[in-house]
Design a protein around this ligand. Structure first.
Ligand code: BTN
Length: 277
């Protein structure tokens, strides 16, 4: 049986030795424990931390998921990390494309996982990273900054890396998986983090360069939601059931509802998607 990895596979030295980025991750904080790396990174950004600053932790005591959910964050096993991205000059129209950021961050994760663990994840809209039908990771993007001179986005990623199947809480066991469960091998967290940052930098550069078409095609190629029957739970308790048809220009999901006349499309910007059979 392999020995536990502990924090040694996620030291700042180990990550820096593998970094291939221009800016992301060179300012790097790795903590043993924090409540949430997103909360800590938002505080750092508020204090002026620069573009590309990364904060990762071995364990989170209050890890947060999308839609107010809790993120399972045990020590010594998984990746919990947040990156601060700062806006381009004030008023820059390229900031308008930011709705794509969660989607391209998930694409970056899928490619990093493929390279580091040899798996081929798919993406459930908007940014769940799946191996088979089970969730292996997710993205939580949060914005901040009171003045137009100090606007930033924190991109948080959680990946279940080395959690054993039997160690997931009962309610997650049928829904979640880890890279280790899927490959039967321990995966190095520093390699995964460095790999994700490199993939993310390439795609955030492409976003700033306005290469939305290319990014959209790349997302579609990985997205297992498109073409499927889905149920979407919207804020306020509304539910839409139908076929996931396409992406809107802002990365929204267009669903053709079963209850509506053919050709009607509902555009979804925020919601919880369930893949139906
Ligand atoms: C989701 O799929 O619901 C998003 C999960 C995001 C979890 C990560 S773990 C690191 C960062 N800090 C947090 O509190 N959340 C994100």
């Amino acid at each position: 049986m392999a020995a536990p990895l502990g924090l040694q596979d996620l030291s700042a030295d180990a990550v820096r030795a593998l970094l291939q980025t221009r800016t992301l991750g060179w300012a790097l904080h790795i903590l043993e424990e924090t409540d949430s790396t997103n909360t800590a990174a938002l505080a750092l950004a508020q204090q002026g931390a620069g573009h590309g600053t990364v904060l990762a932790a071995d364990r989170q005591t209050a890890g947060r998921g999308r839609l107010g959910r809790h993120w399972f964050s045990p020590p010594g096993e998984n990746l919990y990390c947040s990156v601060i991205l700062r806006r381009t000059p004030p008023g820059d129209h390229r900031w308008d494309d930011l709705s794509w950021l969660p989607l391209i961050s998930a694409v970056a994760a899928a490619h990093a996982i493929r390279k580091v663990a040899g798996l081929h994840p798919s993406l459930k809209w908007p940014n769940d990273i799946l191996v088979g039908e089970r969730k292996v990771g997710g993205i939580l993007c949060e914005g901040g900054g009171a003045s137009s001179q100090n606007v930033y986005v924190v991109v948080g990623i959680g990946i279940n890396v080395n959690t054993r199947r039997e160690s997931f809480p009962e309610d997650l066991r049928s829904l979640a998986t880890s890279l280790r469960s899927a490959t039967d091998r321990q995966v190095n967290r520093a390699a995964l983090l460095a790999g994700w940052l490199a993939e993310l930098e390439a795609r955030s550069d492409a976003l700033l360069a306005g290469r939305l078409k290319e990014l959209g095609l790349e997302y579609e190629a990985l997205c297992s939601t498109l073409g499927r029957r889905v149920r979407v739970n919207l804020a306020g308790g509304q539910v839409v059931e139908g076929r996931a048809d396409s992406l809107g220009p802002d990365g929204s999901l267009r669903v053709s509802p079963e209850a509506e006349p053919a050709g009607t499309l509902v555009e979804i910007r925020v919601g919880d998607v369930v893949h139906l059979r």
